[in-house]
Design a protein. Sequence first.
Length: 392
Amino acid sequence: MAPKSFRPGLTPLEDRTVPAVSPEQVFAASATADLGQQQIQSLLDKGIGLVNVVTRDFLKDYLPTLTDQSIKAGKVLSEYQNDLQVLVTTDPSVRPLLNRVAEQRYKVEVNALYAFALTSEVGGIPLNGVTAPIPADQPIPPTPPPAPPAPPTPPPPDVTTNAGTTGKLPDITAPDFRDLGTGVKVQDAIVGQGAAVTDGQDVNVFYTGFLKDGTVFDGNRDKAATKFNTNGVIQGFKQGLIGMQPGGVRNISIPSALGYGPAGSPPSIPPNSDLVFEVKLLSSSTPTTTGSGGTSGSTGTGTTGTGTGSTGTGSGSTTTGGGTSGTGTNSGSTGTTGTGTGGAGTGGTGTTGTTGTTSTTGPTGGVTPGSGGTPTGTTGTGNTPGTTTPAN
């Protein structure tokens, strides 16, 4: 078998007795190094623990393959590097190529280390007998440095003083002034935190109002903050306030048409004056509305019902041989409760009937037999004794 050169034109190696690697093999090994580095870096950036189930299943097969490919590519590049090291002693011009090959060899060996390590993180998949590659002549790469700490949380904004305001006319030609689309322009010197102002809210602010020549026509910066509703100010000022957050400082440029217009506001604001405000928002709130009470209902009137009880009566009777006691009714009937219109009326109380007089038992009829027959007594009346009539 004739010796094979690894690179056309490198004639000093034509007489090697050990076959060299081909250029195609070297290029493929170098491509494996670059592609593997990109894929491993992507996994490290995303975090192996964050990939979904489908991706994890793919990695269980792919990472062992990448490890094996990286090991093989490393062997190719190592052999090519050895050949170049021999050649560079007689041809210094190959030094840049030697350095490049050494760099790619180191890269592919590092890829193999990372691929092997990541394999265990997706399920500890066996690598078909492949052991972790540790290059004999290269140090194990250091552990990547930890991510920088998160930036500190900004302190809460000042919402009690005029801090952050200047009391000076802002430069309305500054490039960070933005147009709201109506001609009003705003510049946020300090962005606040919290709920933004909405249309119709009450706001509590420090402010200074300027004419375009710098003349101050109004303001409370050196006084107490002022509270007002956004619906109670000129349109341009209202538009500029909306969207501010507590603690924020905003400069507002207002064209005359959205200010006081041709009339101005004598004596401090001439006609057709453009205005500029510096405003600091302390707070905003939605005004509360109190409703009126309902009409009281009218009182109902009830008609009083009446009732009359009937008087009870009693009577007694007597019978022959024994009188029966009479029974009197004890009470009269209770009157019916009347129903009032509008409200319930109180029913009248019936009068209790007078108890009837119990009749007295009459005496027993005569019982002495007459001569010659059975005596028959007649019924006694009231308290009168019965009379005996002898039989014939």
